[in-house]
Every structure is written in structure tokens, then in C-alpha cells.
Design a protein around this ligand. Structure first.
Ligand code: ATP
Length: 330
């Protein structure tokens, strides 16, 4: 990561990863807490064991204990087989309790008991099982705040207090947006077998300026959609999600830029070359991919259209190529 904030977070992570201290990661949703927890696991001796994340906000209260500690056959209606819990699944590895602030109070008491002697019983079981597992926690809000609000047990809070790592929101470390954008473009294009899109200057500027309330997850999803929709073509402002575009309007207005007379599909800032590409592409789309017709419509030579297509600067919708072949022979 390029930002100072993430470099600092990484330094702390490297210093503590190998020690068996409890790590708590605080940060907004999608900011990368799980990614960092996994990294800490990979940097520790426990990397040979499993890394098991569990989202406390997604488990119904009644199933929590069984999810964490497992259950014996017949422990409750529907428990037809013995089942392992996440603690057991993470044996010799790391268990990440994500959104720990949402763990129901009665479960917090059971977790505290487990942390005190590292032993647990499966639901419906009679024997204590010893666990060898490193625990990490992730939370959206600082846990001392949750304690003050009466949603989190103070004794559990003091028990799990180890090293706390604040994971900054993406808008607080804008230097990371561009490298993440490039990384996701490469990843998603390869994964979906499409050509990586190029970004118009103005579209890129908006992506760098946007606040990303959904953080890295939102950026990743937006880039994936753009890769699929543009398939090697240029990403213009008009292609960006409404949220990204609308956020930019007040700033542009403040800067004295009037968009009123500008078609949203045109990025004037990108200069003539970009406009020509957009026009050639629009003509090809209108003419069903027929380069001869598109050239005639634009009153430019067929060779010019072909040059743009061959260089991958515009995309041709699948369509007839025969007329073009005939024209080329003349
Ligand atoms: N540094 C990074 N490099 C690449 N991808 C990242 C990075 N940080 C986060 N991501 C991606 O962003 C998405 C969200 O990350 P992650 O699940 O770690 O966030 P989180 O803070 O744990 O979110 P939540 O609180 O909602 O569980 C994931 O798809 C992850 O792969």
C-alpha cells in the first residue's frame, strides 16, 4: 500500500504478527480488516494451520454457541450428527471473530469463560475440549464505546485487549485508490477473460476523488462491473456509477465548471483523440459493427476506422464483415 497510514498499519502488523497476542482490528466495513487479519496469520507460526473467519453479526442468537463450539448428536432438534464448531475448525490456526460488537450478551459470557481457560464443551456434550487457537477480533466501532453504550461486557473487553490496529477508511488514505484500482483492473480482466479497460482522464479523476463509503469492497465491485461492461473500451464519466458521478457535481460546480451544456457521454477534458474514439465507437454501434457504413456516416476513410479497431481503441459490436471485405478489395 502506498499511503502513510497503511504503511504504518503494516509496520505494527509485522511487529506483532508472530507473537501470540490478541489482535483487534477496528475499521469501517470493507476497509480491509479481514485482509489484514489474514496477513497477520500468514506472518505467524500458525500459517500452517487454518485461518477461519466468522461474522458474529450474521449468526442467529440461538445458533451462536453451536456455531462456535459445535454440538453433539441430538443436542437439539435437527442436530442429527455431531458437528464441529469454528473453534475446532481453527485448531492450530487463527479464528477471526468479525463484528465482535454484535455478539449477543449471553454468548459474550461464554466466550469470556473460554478465553480464561481455553477449554470448551460442544453443545450437548459432557467433556471439556482443550483448544489451541489464536483469536483475532474485528469491529466497526471501538469496543470501549460499545462498553459505555452497554452493548459489550467490560470484563470481556479487558480480557481481549491486546494490540489494537486502526484500519483507516479508503477516503482517509487516497494514495491507495490508484494502486488498488490498477490491481483490481488486472485481476478482474484476467478473471473474466476481458481486455482491461482504459479510463478517461476525467473518469479517473472522479474515481480518485470519490469518498468510497463502502471502502475497498465498493471500489473492487465498481471496477469489476466496469471491466465487464467496457471490455477493453474506454471508461468515460457516463459509464461510472451514479454515486460516483453525482458526488462530483457540487465540486465541479464550485470550481466553476458548467456541465449543463456538455453531453454526459462526452469527456471534453480528454481532448480530441478521446472524442474521436467515442464518435467512431458510437457510429459502429449504430451501424451494427459495419465499418464501411460507419466510415461513410462519419465521412472518414475506412482505413481510419479500421486503424482504431485494430489498435483496440474502439470496440466493434459483432456484425457483418462482408461489405467491408468487398470494399477493401476495390
Ligand atoms: N489491501 C487490499 N488489497 C486487495 N484487496 C483488498 C484490500 N483490502 C481489502 N480488499 C478487498 O476488499 C474487500 C473487503 O475487505 P475485507 O473483507 O478485508 O474488509 P472488512 O473490513 O473485513 O469488511 P467487513 O467489516 O464488512 O467484514 C475484500 O474483497 C478484499 O479482498
Amino acid at each position: 500500500m502506498r499511503s502513510h497510514a497503511m504503511k504504518k498499519a503494516d509496520q505494527i502488523l509485522r511487529a506483532v504478527a508472530a507473537k501470540d497476542v490478541t489482535l483487534t482490528l477496528i475499521g469501517e466495513s470493507g476497509s480491509g480488516k479481514e485482509v489484514l487479519a489474514r496477513r497477520a496469520h500468514e506472518l505467524s507460526e500458525r500459517r500452517r494451520g487454518p485461518f477461519v473467519p466468522i461474522n458474529c453479526a450474521a449468526i442467529p442468537d440461538a445458533l451462536f454457541e453451536s456455531e462456535l463450539f459445535g454440538h453433539e448428536r441430538g443436542a437439539f432438534t435437527g442436530a442429527s450428527e455431531r458437528a464441529k464448531g469454528k473453534v475446532e475448525a481453527a485448531e492450530r490456526g487463527t479464528l477471526l471473530l468479525d463484528e465482535i460488537g454484535d455478539m449477543p450478551m449471553p454468548m459474550q459470557a461464554k466466550l469470556l469463560r473460554f478465553l480464561e481457560n481455553r477449554r470448551y464443551m460442544r453443545v450437548g456434550g459432557a467433556t471439556k475440549i482443550e483448544a489451541d487457537v489464536r483469536l483475532m477480533f474485528a469491529t466497526l466501532r471501538p469496543l470501549d464505546q460499545e462498553v459505555r453504550a452497554g452493548r459489550f461486557r467490560a470484563d470481556l473487553f479487558y480480557r481481549i485487549q491486546g494490540i489494537t490496529l486502526n484500519v483507516p477508511a479508503l477516503r482517509e488514505r487516497r494514495a491507495d485508490i490508484a494502486p488498488l484500482l490498477n490491481q483490481f483492473v488486472a485481476q478482474h480482466s484476467a478473471r473474466h477473460g476481458v481486455r482491461p479497460p482504459r479510463f478517461s482522464r476525467q473518469a479517473k479523476a472522479l474515481l480518485l476523488r470519490y469518498d468510497w463509503p463502502g471502502n475497498v469492497r465498493e471500489l473492487r465491485n465498481v471496477v469489476e462491473t466496469l471491466c465487464l461492461l467496457r471490455d477493453g473500451r474506454q471508461v468515460r464519466v457516463a459509464d461510472l456509477p451514479e454515486s460516483v458521478r453525482s458526488l462530483a457535481v457540487p465540486e465541479e460546480a464550485a470550481a466553476g465548471v458548467s456541465r449543463a451544456s456538455t453531453s454526459p457521454a462526452l469527456d471534453l477534458d480528454d481532448g480530441l483523440e478521446s472524442l474521436i474514439q467515442q464518435i467512431v465507437e458510437a457510429a459502429l454501434e449504430r451501424d451494427g459493427g459495419d465499418k464501411v457504413k460507419a466510415a461513410a456516416r462519419l465521412r472518414i476513410s475506412l482505413r481510419t476506422v479500421q486503424r482504431y479497431v485494430a489498435a483496440g481503441r474502439v470496440r466493434v459490436p459483432s456484425g457483418p464483415a462482408r461489405r467491408e471485405q468487398r470494399a477493401a478489395k476495390k
